[in-house]
Design a protein around this ligand. Structure first.
Ligand code: GTR
Length: 427
């Protein structure tokens, strides 16, 4: 064999074995019978072994302990308060969407200085509601201008993942991006049911890449960026959740919005984010997870679909560095995702799955919602009334709500209709 040929064979072999190693290392399981036996940490037992028997004890002792565990080992400690927060309302139209809505756009300046991070909040409020309107708030993957074709929505000029189909060229949105994600944000349907909708682009807060995630708000606090973050400090998910709380800060100043009825909703990685935002910030009256999967509603210990190792490898910038020691080591976790959901108690929480979204482990999502039930009961609510996972499209609407719908990893009108039914009942 000549040298060139040998080199080629060697290269092909190296690539082949590397790919095998990755696939083997990830070893994704989709077989229910292969889900390992596991024991979840008991929500109502303190670290020192004491049993939590009253609502006060949950509130005063165990809740802070659980919150601390999730901060230290998974999502990280949050960013500090923003002392120089400023709201610049740069657009207001009392006759938007053909007269159905009031539209506002607000630039939230997180820091002083012209080139510091800002987040643009887009708000539609129903004109049919007299008095302050209840509202859903959520982050989007491609910017406010993608949620509706309304030409008055300011086009994002921030970094985003290039996407030919969505008109994102060289990491920037173009006019062709307008309305491309409208199917996930049925603005008129939401307004017709008497709710407002507010969105912001998650990349305004932290760009979603391992290389740049600190170029948004994180650098506003830590001048040399990610290098300064300790192993228990939050990264992108923590920053996105922090951003949602800053949106809430704005709502508190706007008399057209009912600040006591703000629901936080998110899909997928942004569903992990809405759960974490709602867990920490009790001003959110209702918390919704849409297909949030691993690191969101799904129990890590089941190791079904995406696992801790896969998520930490593919997205090293999402969770705090301490979480990486649990890659392939789930049984050692001092927490699991039922604890995240329990932090929302006694506020209503809704977990939604999709039948074909096995990567997100629908059963694991249901089981963590169910796992939070003892806390909800202790606090005097009906918790999760379903004993077992309900059939497809038969929603459970107790204080912990749940549905699994037909179809894929996505947000559909079916999901929104159920969220609004649930909000009508509980918020
Ligand atoms: C996937 C990731 C999931 C989920 C999803 C999304 O690549 O593995 O955890 O977050 O992305 O956000 O769409």
């Amino acid at each position: 064999m000549n040298t060139l040929r040998m080199l080629r064979v060697l290269t092909v072999a190296t690539v082949f074995f590397t790919l095998c190693a990755i696939a083997g290392a990830w070893d994704v399981n989709y077989d229910e019978s292969k889900v390992p036996q596991y024991t979840l940490p008991d929500l109502l037992t303190m670290k020192d072994g004491q049993k939590v028997t009253t609502a006060e004890m949950w509130r005063e002792k165990r809740r802070p302990e659980v919150l601390q565990l999730l901060r230290e080992f998974m999502y990280g400690k949050p960013l500090p308060a923003a002392p120089n927060l400023r709201f610049e309302v740069f657009d207001e139209d009392k006759n938007a969407l053909g007269g159905k809505a009031v539209r506002k756009q607000v630039r939230i300046h997180f820091f002083e200085g012209d080139d510091a991070a800002t987040m643009d909040l887009l708000i539609y409020l129903p004109k049919s509601v007299s008095g302050p309107a209840p509202l859903f708030v959520g982050l989007s993957f491609y910017g406010n201008h993608t949620i509706d074709p309304d030409p008055a929505i300011r086009l994002s000029d921030k970094w985003m993942r290039s996407n030919e189909k969505f008109g994102v060229v060289d990491n920037r949105a173009t006019e062709a991006s307008r309305g491309v994600r409208a199917s996930r944000w049925p603005v008129e349907l939401i307004l017709s049911r008497g709710y407002g909708l507010a969105t912001a682009y998650y990349g305004d807060i932290a760009p979603d890449t391992a290389e740049k995630f600190d170029e948004g708000v994180i650098r506003g606090f830590y001048k040399s960026g990610a290098k300064e973050l300790g192993p228990d400090q939050g990264r992108a998910i923590s920053a996105w959740a922090w951003g949602l709380s800053r949106a809430m800060d704005y709502f508190e100043t706007d008399p057209a919005i009912d600040q006591k009825r703000v629901a936080v909703m998110g899909h997928s990685r942004l569903g992990k984010t809405s759960l974490w935002a709602g867990a920490q910030d009790e001003r959110f009256a209702l918390v919704i997870s849409n297909d949030s999967g691993c690191g969101g509603a799904a129990l890590s210990r089941r190791r079904f679909g995406e696992t801790v190792k896969v998520i930490n490898t593919a997205f090293p910038h999402w969770f705090c560095d301490n979480f990486k020691q649990y890659s392939g080591n789930e049984d050692a976790l001092p927490l699991d995702q039922h604890m995240l959901i329990a932090l929302v108690a006694p506020r209503p929480v809704y977990v939604a799955s999709a039948e074909e979204d096995r990567w997100a482990d629908p059963r694991g999502e249901f089981l963590s919602a169910k796992g939070a039930d003892p806390v909800y009961r202790l606090l005097g609510t009906d918790g999760m009334t379903a004993e077992a996972m309900p059939p497809v499209e038969q929603p459970v609407t107790s204080r912990i709500g749940y549905h699994i719908r037909h179809g894929k990893h996505d947000v559909t009108d079916y999901d929104w209709q159920r969220y609004m039914d649930f909000a009508d009942k509980h918020m």
